[in-house]
Design a protein around this ligand. Structure first.
Ligand code: FES
Length: 211
């Protein structure tokens, strides 16, 4: 089994994670799970005058998730909510000096936790409704959350998704892999999980095609 190499900064944040814990009576809180590995993260927010006054997290994930959770809290503490919303998993990973491709999904989980906690704050405290329109663009955005462990890109950027059509609740996705691709099954299962969360999709036709 190949040894996964981490940067010194990842190891340092894993060993001494910042902002671990809970916030009592948070203004925003969310727990999200990763379909890639089943791990979870919870993010708590205290907001004052539109700024993140305090942020804490609890990780039920791996070393990379603890390190990204830690760096994301450092990157967003004291920031305006609108600025914090723009933080991406790529920036979090870069801030840590990079993550191995098979561990990129852990940073996606940490940033998703932050974004879900902000969404919870906006719904609970500001009364903002987040009813997304489910169309092909929305579905592509969801697919962009799925990381191809071979390259560390999302499966859309990695050009694995060759065709997508969403009509009358029926979704067709065509996806391609190398014959020997050992990540094929993981990616297919993740697509099924992510798409299964969208109630507007009544039927998923997921096809593996040769290109
Ligand atoms: Fe699950 Fe990293 S392997 S969060």
């Amino acid at each position: 089994m190949a040894v996964i190499k981490y940067t010194d900064k990842v190891i340092e944040h894993f060993k001494n994670p910042r902002n671990v814990g809970e916030i009592e009576n948070p203004d925003g809180v969310a727990t999200v799970g990763s379909p890639a590995c089943g791990d979870q993260v919870t993010v708590f927010l205290k907001i004052d005058n539109d700024r993140i006054k305090d942020i804490k997290f609890l990780s039920y994930g791996c070393a990379s998730n603890i390190a990204t959770g830690s760096i994301v809290t450092e990157m967003t503490k004291g920031k305006r909510v609108e600025e914090a919303k723009k933080v991406t998993w790529k920036q979090a990973s870069e801030e840590l000096g990079g993550l191995p491709p098979v561990k990129i999904h852990c940073s996606v989980l940490a940033v998703d936790g932050l974004k879900a906690a902000i969404k919870n704050y906006e719904e609970k405290k500001l009364g903002i409704k987040h009813n997304a329109i489910v169309d092909e663009n929305y579905i592509i955005e969801r697919l962009e959350k799925i990381i191809y462990p071979k390259t560390g890109e999302n499966i859309v950027a990695a050009k694995l998704v060759k065709y997508l059509k969403f009509e009358d609740g029926n979704l067709t996705i065509e996806i391609t892999f190398d014959e020997t691709d050992k990540f094929k099954q993981n990616v297919l299962e993740e697509i099924q999980e992510y798409m299964g969360e969208i109630k507007e999709i009544r039927k998923l036709d997921l096809r593996v095609v040769d290109y």
